[in-house]
Ligand binder design. Structure first.
Ligand code: MG
Length: 362
């Protein structure tokens, strides 16, 4: 079975309410769906939303990378020879991690279908149930407290709290959220690069001294400031997680080797897909570090790929795959199944995606 091409379409899903971080605000998942086609009975699905503020990619760059470089590198190749395809994908163009992640997921989907097995099984997983946290967007403290109450009433036991703007306001946000959540809810703070290293140390020490019981702090400083990240990690007791600083397996290698962070947030759009994510998992495992699986503002197609990965790697101990929950509708049939905080996948081959509505194929 040979690969015959890659088609790309647009999918826009309005969010229930705007998603706001220190870096950006958005009111929809606007993403690029890819389908790797073959001359046989199977095709594979993947997806890449543009997250320019993090990966530097736009709709145009994702399309361009796939249409001009990646499709040419894969067309005509044996669809069942996964590693050769992933090598060709990696070599096809420098960077462009989200474009690669879309095609990487589609190739893994296709591989699973060729093997007649769900991807998590092929990756050695047991099909454990994942439990996702839920994100509280960056707003005024009162609004964040209200959102927290609502999330807790829906059953979420772990919340990711967006901070990273004004330091005093951030502390007021966390205090209001903790008060609203009560003592039993796990709180994770994500500053999305919003603080300088010394501000971050001050903020985290405040959290520790005032009993806010924040489980971890994600990306306190600028993505490029690895020295600053290390300075923060060494100065506080609270675990520090790298997100935007870990934009590739090579970034992760440097972070792990220098112990600049305690944990890594793996996102397929940064790692270039499942292969790169597996490389990060292996490095983290060797270093005794734990990872979170996260996502951008993605639809359920690429989130399903992330779920299959997480089910197959014990080093992924935390799950932040709430983007489909934030959407006003789910146009994806099959794939990951959400029930309360739990995520499971079906035993259908590959990713188990059955249909995708509302895609405008181009
Ligand atoms: Mg983050």
């Amino acid at each position: 079975m040979r690969i015959t091409g890659i088609r790309i379409g647009r999918l826009v899903i309005p969010l229930l309410k705007p998603f706001k971080t220190a870096l950006r605000s958005t009111d929809a998942v606007a993403t690029n769906i890819v389908e790797v086609t073959t001359d046989g009975p199977f095709s594979g699905y993947g997806e890449a939303p543009p997250t320019a503020a993090i990966t530097g990619e736009t709709d145009g760059s994702i399309r361009g990378a796939i249409e001009t470089r990646i499709a040419a590198a894969l067309t005509g190749k044996d669809a069942e020879n996964l590693n050769e395809l992933l090598d060709a994908l990696e070599r096809s163009i420098v960077g462009n991690s989200s474009a690669k992640a879309a095609v990487d997921a589609a190739l893994h989907d296709l591989w699973g279908k060729c093997c007649g097995m769900p991807l998590y099984r092929l990756l050695g997983g047991s099909g454990r149930v994942l439990s996702t946290d839920y994100t509280i967007s960056l707003n005024e403290p009162e609004e964040m407290a209200r959102d927290t109450k609502e999330a807790v009433s829906k059953g979420y036991r772990a919340l990711k709290i967006k901070v990273g703007s004004d330091l005093a306001l951030d502390m007021a946000r966390l205090s209001a959220v903790r008060k609203s959540a009560g003592p039993d809810i796990l709180l994770r703070a994500d500053a999305n690069q919003g603080w300088k290293p010394k501000e971050a140390i001050r903020a985290i020490k405040f959290m520790e001294d005032s009993g806010l019981a924040v489980e971890l702090v994600e990306q306190p400083v600028a993505s490029w400031d690895i020295e600053g990240l290390k300075q923060v990690t060494e100065a506080v007791d609270t675990p520090v997680m790298a997100d935007e600083s870990a934009r590739s397996p090579r970034d992760a290698l440097k972070l792990i080797a220098s112990r600049a962070a305690d944990m890594i947030n793996i996102k397929l759009m940064k790692s270039g897909g499942i292969r790169g994510a597996l490389a990060i998992c292996a490095m983290a495992e060797s270093a005794g570090m734990e990872c979170m699986i996260g996502c951008m503002m993605e639809s359920k197609i690429s989130v399903t790929a992330a779920a299959h990965l997480a089910m197959a790697r014990g080093v992924i101990t935390r799950c932040d795959l709430d983007a489909p929950i934030l959407c006003s509708e789910d146009p994806v049939g099959g794939g990951a199944e959400y029930s309360g905080t739990s995520i499971t996948v079906t035993d259908s081959p590959g990713l188990g995606i059955e249909s995708v509505r509302n895609v405008v194929w181009q």
